[in-house]
Each structure stands twice: as C-alpha cells, then as structure tokens.
Ligand binder design. Structure first.
Ligand SMILES: Nc1ncnc2c1ncn2[C@@H]1O[C@@H]2COP(=O)(O)O[C@H]2[C@H]1O
Length: 370
C-alpha cells in the first residue's frame, strides 16, 4: 500500500511539473515515469486517466513473503507451530533444505532467521570459528582462499554457490574452523541457523541420526557394495529423502531424470511402454489367448460382435491384476465412461478407479450371462 501511494504521489508530482511546462501542447504518450503509470494517448486533457502498470506489482522470483521475515525475527520459543509450518513451506524453495527429513525441516524452520547481504559483502572468513550455517534463498556467493575475499571478483573461475545451496554446516558440526572465505556475488538473501540455537534444540543429534540412517541404508545397497566409505559419505550428504503416497507418480520418464532413486521403504512399480505391433510372437500369443477365451466363453465373441482389436484390448485390460495398472485403467475408464455420457472426476483416485472398474467388470459379466 505504501509503495502504491509513493508511486502515485511521485507521478502526480510529475504530472504537475509537466503541466507547468505546457505539457498539453506536446503530444506525450506517457504520463509520469513510463514504467510505473501509463497514460493512454493524451489528446484531450479531460480524458487524463491514471492506470497501473500491474507488472510493477507482480511477485518477483526472489519474492519472500513478509510474514516469513516477521516470523523468523521472533525467538524460536515464541514461534507457534502454525508459523513454523508456514516458514517450512516457504523454505521448500531451497533445494538443500529439502534434502532434510520433514522432522528436521520443521526443527530448522523453528530456529532459522533471515538475513540480507549486498554484493561484495564478506559473510564469513577463512580460519574463523564457526558460529552459523547458511541457506541461499536468492542470489549467489563465491568461495575464496584469501581472508579478505578480495580475489573473488578477479578470479577466473571462482567456486560459486547459487540459490538453493547451503554452506558452513560442516565446520559447525565438526567444531572446526572455516575452510574458505565466502563473499556475495550479488545482493543475496540468506537463511541462517545459529550455533546456539542449533545445539539448544538438539538439531545436531537429529541430523547425525538421520545421516547415520542414510549412510547405513546406502551402504547396504548391493550397487554400492564396492564403493569407498568416503564416496558413500558424499552420497549420504548430497542425497535427499522424499516421501510418496500410494498411487503417486514418482517420475514420468526416468530416462530423462538426472538422479537415481533408491527405495528405502515400500514398493513401487516401474511401467515400461513397449511397442509390440511388429512383434510376431506377441500376435501369436494374443491369438492363442483369444482362442482360449472364445472356447471358455463363446458368447463373448459372438454376442459382442466386437472387432478383433477391441476384443484384444478388453482382454489385455482384464488380464492384468487391478493394482498393477491402476493408473492406466483409471485413464481407460475415464475415457470409456465419458463416451457413455457418465460423469467422472477428472482425476479419480486409485481406490475410486478400482471400485468403478470392479463395478464395470461385474456389469460386463452380468451382461454376458443375460
Ligand atoms: N569446494 C567447495 N564446494 C562447495 N562448498 C564449499 C567448498 N569449499 C568450501 N565450501 C563451503 O564453504 C564453507 C566455508 O565455511 P565452512 O568451512 O564452515 O564450510 C564450508 C563449506 O560449506
């Protein structure tokens, strides 16, 4: 609101100035500062109309809700659970933060605070004691070996950490000194976790426990059996835990993914679409199955009058267990039902699809014996 008033006031001042300069005699398409308030074609003074340039008020990429800043200014014990959850949801923008378990994310959101540094500002110095660690919400920082960080803007290939990264955690956990100087490459928004809060809220224990669990799990996977301890520790520190609920698609196309997925708990199905239209043995097999089907229920082929392809598709649909192809079936069902003029949810859940499917199958069976 303040911003809006300020812009209006500035532009009204501009209008007055232009009016005194006999602006009406000059054809000026813009009124005031053109990027702020736009005045459509001034022809008649009576039709002066102020209109807002909405792009000026659109949330920018680095936008952080004011409420988050207000909450993180409070002492950890004064933050309510709802506030902490709100901060946690906003911090999902930060990739390195996402790598923690939900429990740790919550604990971090309880103690985290916001800081903003301008370009060129040294955040921490090499050799100093570690008192906090940082998440980059927006901007970038560079690492250097010299204590004052002066070489950063002249170095050819500085190590740069971008939005989403974190730094300073290792020395805080190990109680060692800083191994590098960190300088802002641009105006940078950071979330900071202080050592005192970190240990007071037993985040170190939580973190160690989580890392230990991850390490043991990764070590137990056959694929990593021959990997060195150091490599496994590196993976442990860089991997991220994610939870998926029943029926949720983990990834649509794993071949395009740049990560590998390890299942620590539960099961998932991997569906592969294979084009068998040119495969003779497959057609032979289908033919055999259809022959068999027509033997055990001859009315099916005679009564439906369906063409081979339709019968084949029906057969395929029924030949897989319901839970295996729930999603495909749901899609198929949606299509079938909308053709029949029935009203179906746009995204039926797996359970619902299963129920509808069973109902349909029952109807079909009933139909066959009528
Ligand atoms: N090569 C690197 N790549 C990424 N981060 C680094 C690298 N070297 C140092 N850091 C980070 O920079 C931080 C400097 O302070 P710390 O030693 O506390 O922790 C360090 C790491 O988090």
């Amino acid at each position: 609101m303040k911003k809006m008033c300020k812009i209006l006031w500035e532009d009204l001042q501009e209008q007055k100035r232009l009016e005194t300069d006999n602006m009406t005699s000059v054809k000026l398409p813009f009124f005031g500062r053109k990027e702020r308030i736009f005045l459509p074609q001034i022809k008649n003074k009576k039709h002066f109309k102020l209109s807002f340039n909405t792009s000026k008020f659109r949330a920018s990429k680095d936008h952080l809700p004011l409420r988050v800043i207000q909450i993180t200014r409070k002492r950890p014990e004064w933050r309510t659970e709802e506030e902490v959850k709100f901060v946690q949801s906003c911090l999902q923008e930060i990739e390195s933060y996402q790598s923690y378990s939900l429990r740790l994310q919550f604990l971090l959101a309880k103690v985290i605070r916001f800081e903003w540094f301008e370009r060129g500002r040294v955040i921490l110095k090499k050799g100093h004691c570690s008192i906090s660690f940082y998440f980059i919400y927006f901007g970038s920082v560079a690492l250097t070996d010299d204590e004052d960080g002066s070489s950063i803007f002249t170095a050819l290939y500085p190590v740069v950490l971008q939005k989403g990264a974190k730094f300073g955690e290792d020395s805080l956990l190990k109680g060692t000194r800083r191994v590098a100087t960190v300088v802002c490459m641009e105006d940078t928004k950071l979330f900071v976790v202080d050592k005192d809060d970190f240990f007071a809220h037993k985040l170190d224990e939580e973190l160690q426990e989580e890392l230990c669990c991850r390490y043991n799990f990764i070590k137990g996977v056959n694929f990593f059996a021959k990997w060195s301890k150091r490599s496994i520790v590196t993976i442990t520190n860089s991997c991220k835990m994610e939870k998926f609920h029943y029926g949720q698609v983990i990834t649509k196309d794993i071949t395009n993914s740049d990560s590998i997925i390890l299942i620590s708990k539960g099961t998932c199905e991997i569906l592969r679409l294979v084009d068998l239209t040119a495969c003779l043995s497959y057609h032979k097999w289908v033919h055999q199955q259809l022959m068999y089907l027509s033997k055990i229920s001859p009315c099916l082929t005679r009564k439906t009058g369906a063409v081979g392809r339709k019968r084949f598709e029906d057969f395929l649909r029924k030949s897989f267990p319901v839970q295996v192809l729930t999603n495909l079936k749901a899609r198929d069902l949606k299509c079938n039902m909308s053709q029949g003029g029935q009203n179906v949810n746009r995204h039926p859940t797996a359970a619902r699809a299963k129920r509808i499917n069973q109902k349909l199958e029952k109807q079909q069976i009933g139909g066959r014996f009528r």
